[in-house]
Design a protein around this ligand. Structure first.
Ligand code: PAF
Length: 281
């Protein structure tokens, strides 16, 4: 496995590749969810590159950039044992050579401004900008992202379409613990008790799915879900039921809905979602 620590070595390596390339962009602290993305990437291309870069541009001033878990040695070992071809670990100065303040930005309007975009201003500009840059650096044929970050995935799909980027975007279903808790690097911040409380997120999403399958009443179901999360001791940022394609408010005509939750336990903000086929349309 090649360790590519800067853009020059990445470009030299990339120029030598004659087969299809898949990229799995990550911020490191890899768990089984990331490893599932890698396995999916291996099904779609001959060569797999994983990038590990904790992207400062997608963190707000009051967010956890400095404390974000960095576990490079273990990450590299895990990727090596999966047979990954290359790991790209650029420095901030390599990615943002002119500095963050003057960096050209990529903004995906509308879908980037709602839900997590409303709660975390600038977050999706940071995500779209780094993913666009990684695509330009690595020049992959395919890139794989987790469906756990559902809004991020839709934004990346739209950015790729809008900017005519020659990359096929693949979404990989969310990996969960047996309790239903979605795997996330942020789970590491949770105490044992919080981990137990956090299972209310998935059970609430399942409850939403059941209610909508029986009798869709979006407002009532959202209210019910907020109460469930509150009763479990979570502080809800949002519960939303949206059209799964454009994330606009759900209607009874939509083919597929997505229920999305963002909620806090202490200082840890967790997100999760569940897609629901509309069997009433
Ligand atoms: O989902 C993530 O880990 C990050 O948002 C990503 C896509 C690697 C961009 O920094």
């Amino acid at each position: 496995m090649r360790l590519l620590k800067n853009l020059t070595s990445l470009r030299q390596w990339r120029n030598q590749q004659t087969h299809s390339v898949a990229l799995v962009p990550t911020m490191g602290n890899l768990h089984d969810g990331h490893l599932a993305l890698v396995k999916r990437a291996q099904q779609h291309a001959d060569i797999v590159v994983v990038s590990i870069f904790v992207n400062p541009m997608q963190f707000g001033a009051n967010e956890d950039l400095d404390n974000y878990p960095r576990t490079l040695e273990q990450d590299v070992q895990a990727l090596e044992s999966l047979g990954v071809n290359a790991v790209f670990t650029p420095q901030v100065s390599d990615v943002y050579p002119r500095g963050l303040d003057v960096q050209t930005r990529v903004e995906v309007p509308e879908v980037g401004d709602i839900l997590c975009g409303a709660s975390r201003p600038g977050h999706f500009v940071g995500v779209a900008t780094i993913v666009c840059k990684l695509f330009n650096m690595v020049q992959p044929d395919v890139a794989v992202f987790g469906e756990k970050d559902f809004q991020q995935l839709q934004i990346i799909r739209l950015m790729t379409l809008d900017l005519s980027l020659p990359v096929t975007i693949i979404g990989e279903p969310t990996k969960r613990e047996s309790s239903g808790l979605a795997l996330s690097s942020r789970n590491g911040y949770l105490s044992g008790q919080q981990r137990q409380q956090a299972t209310a997120i998935y059970s609430t999403l399942q409850g939403i799915s059941k209610q909508l399958s029986e009798k869709p009443n979006f407002n009532q179901t959202v209210k019910w879900a907020e109460q469930q999360l509150h009763d479990a001791g979570l502080v809800t940022d949002y519960v939303a039921i949206r059209n799964a394609e454009d994330l606009q408010p759900a209607t009874i005509q939509d083919k597929q809905w997505v229920a999305l939750v963002a909620a806090k336990l202490g200082n840890t903000r967790l997100i999760d979602n569940l897609t629901i086929v509309n069997n009433h349309a």
